[in-house]
Design a protein around this ligand. Structure first.
Ligand code: ATP
Length: 241
């Protein structure tokens, strides 16, 4: 893993009207790292991720490759190689797997990179199940397959940093494991990951480092394996007294 910083958030604050939901968060993702943000319901995980993607206005600094982004916006983040898979997945149910993937590659196509077919084959190599079901309508996929398609669609744009909001939501434990293992393998394809999860145990098992968010602030940060072995974390977040 490289020490080079890909994403840095410094003193990030996000408000909804007069209410501040994220307070002074410092966070970084280095090249090749899988970093997870865990924490209870309403801790501000989705808000933090949305602000980091430029979807919500924030105060503080967002930097990519050591360069401060002056006006964070989705366009700016996408242009720097960042992609977000939102919690709701937002697939086009009446379109095939293949067409959903092609839409994910549209930003590259517009830039004149017309090798969509080759990229799709790379995504199919990561998610062989999607290849088997390439002609199937997205609405008829299983929950796990839909999540794989949402991730695959984001990968079509060849991101360097993939942000995932609760990919385990609504999935059976075995499928969660399968999806998160693929997420962890993305580093072998040159993709770093920022993974927001309420399923702390599953996230800590695949991540390198973790941030624990509580009431909008970072309560704890460290190596994922250390947090997995930490009694306070186990009692508070992993439901094992
Ligand atoms: P969950 O795991 O339940 O999705 P979370 O950690 O992602 O929770 P957020 O959804 O970021 O937490 O919410 C953080 C806080 O901000 C909560 O108190 C929530 O009620 C509030 N909040 C979220 N979205 C809005 C909004 N659009 N307007 C006002 N308040 C909001």
């Amino acid at each position: 893993m490289s020490e080079q910083k890909l994403l840095e958030l410094r003193g990030l604050c996000v408000s909804y009207g007069p209410v501040e939901a994220v307070h002074q968060v410092d966070l970084e993702v280095r090249c090749g790292e899988i970093v997870t943000v865990i924490g209870p319901n309403g801790a501000g995980k989705t808000t933090l991720l949305s602000a980091a993607m430029g979807l919500l206005a924030s105060r503080g600094e967002i930097a990519l490759d050591g360069q401060r982004i002056a006006r964070p916006s989705v366009e700016a983040m996408v242009a720097h190689g960042v992609a977000l898979v939102p919690e709701k997945r937002e697939l086009f149910g009446e379109m095939s797997v293949e067409d959903n993937l092609l839409l994910g590659g549209f930003s590259l196509w517009r830039k004149g990179q017309r090798d969509q077919g080759a990229r799709m084959e790379e995504v199919f190599a990561i998610f062989p199940r999607l290849k088997e079901r390439r002609a199937q309508l997205a609405s008829t996929l299983s929950g796990g397959e839909r999540q794989m398609l949402a991730i695959g669609r984001a990968l079509m744009a060849r991101p360097r940093l993939l942000m995932l909001d609760e990919p385990s939501l609504g999935l059976a434990p075995l499928i969660v494991k399968e999806v998160l293992q693929v997420v962890a393998s993305l580093r072998n394809h040159g993709v770093s990951v920022l993974l927001v999860e309420q399923n702390a145990r599953a996230a800590l098992k695949v991540a390198d480092r973790a941030y624990v968010l509580e009431m909008g602030a970072v309560a704890l940060t460290g190596q994922a394996r250390d947090l997995l072995g930490d009694q306070r974390i186990i009692e508070t977040y992993l439901g094992m007294g």
